[in-house]
Design a protein around this ligand. Sequence first.
Ligand code: AMP
Length: 135
Amino acid sequence: MAEKGGVIVSYNDQNIFAKILRGEIPCDKVYEDNWALAFYDISPQAPIHILVIPKGRYVSMEDFSEKASDPEIVGYFRAVGIVARQTGAVSDGYRLLANHGKNAHQEVPHFHTHIFAGRDLGGMIRRPEMDKIGN
Ligand code: AMP
């Protein structure tokens, strides 16, 4: 996997979400259209934790926002909205999260947006003082 400064710069067809897209491994699907596939996260961090991935080969938001066509970008973000609405969490609230690179601890090098919902999700991100005391 080609990396530059800890950031993955070339797409690897063997990543787990590429395998899900090809139907080589199963997923718990919640939505699919021409642009996106959405499925439940295997290790949920909220009562509702869904991943929305584009159908195209993009490593992260960085790659997607730079290289995807306008229809891909529009189609993808419309799908994120549709899935968020499907969760029924619009009135109570939900959170979107997309990790890019090592500081964000991106694990799977295929662009994805997490949708979290179903409980009070707390503050926005971990505060530096929490890291110092090992939380
Ligand atoms: P990230 O750190 O943003 O790359 O998050 C990757 C997410 O993918 C994690 O929340 C994992 O639990 C999730 N994940 C990894 N493998 C699978 C899988 N086979 N099906 C569903 N979710 C997965």
